[in-house]
Ligand binder design. Sequence first.
Ligand SMILES: C[S@@+](CC[C@H](N)C(=O)[O-])C[C@H]1O[C@@H](n2cnc3c(N)ncnc32)[C@H](O)[C@@H]1O
Length: 219
Amino acid sequence: MSEKEFTPAAGYAALTPLYDLSIGLLTREDIWRSALLKQVAPADADRVLDVGCGTGSLAIRIKLLSPKTEVHGIDPDSEILRRAHTKAAKKGADISFHQGFLAPKSVSELGRFTKVVSSLVFHQTPLVEKKNILNSITKILEPNGRLYVADYGLQRTALMKMLFRRTIQIIDGYDDTQPNAEGCLPKLMEEVGFINVSEVKVVPTITGSISIYVASMAG
Ligand SMILES: C[S@@+](CC[C@H](N)C(=O)[O-])C[C@H]1O[C@@H](n2cnc3c(N)ncnc32)[C@H](O)[C@@H]1O
């Protein structure tokens, strides 16, 4: 995969209009997004970046929960960002959306953040890109900054492995998704320098289990 390629939110660009509906139907969305939000606990002084923000579902929830928090979203897909803009405007959520891939140099354009969040992004990216994104996040976080991730993680049971195989791995392919299913994310977070990495919740769904991870930068 070159730097300019990415997997669209719903696996195929033509399915983008169905993305929000399918996430609502297939992932017990309200449970894991609420659990993630509880961990993020946005405060007035926070600057929060949503990496791979898609249609803005998470960024919007953060902004509505804490209206004084400065919230940004970044995503390489212009079509999904168009939808994010429209959705945020309808909900009255003032969010800055940026088109592109997060890179170590993004700090010069976006500044630093106290918290970075990301949901359902890593399982769609190649292993090397998972590490690149995490490495870029270390560059854009303030000292003591925190990372909050919700994504398909270690699939622990035969049932979860089977459901994941028959849904997400068909839509998004095996190569990008299997490292997540084998529990790669916390290890990668530690490899790029995060500390206090922990999986704080696992939500079983009909498409496999979604894990909530939190991690910190050293001060
Ligand atoms: C499954 S969607 C998740 C969207 C949103 N975060 C959510 O929770 O609904 C994955 C998103 O990641 C974006 N994406 C794909 N590859 C990426 C990359 N290398 N870096 C950042 N975002 C990426 C896609 O454009 C897509 O919008």
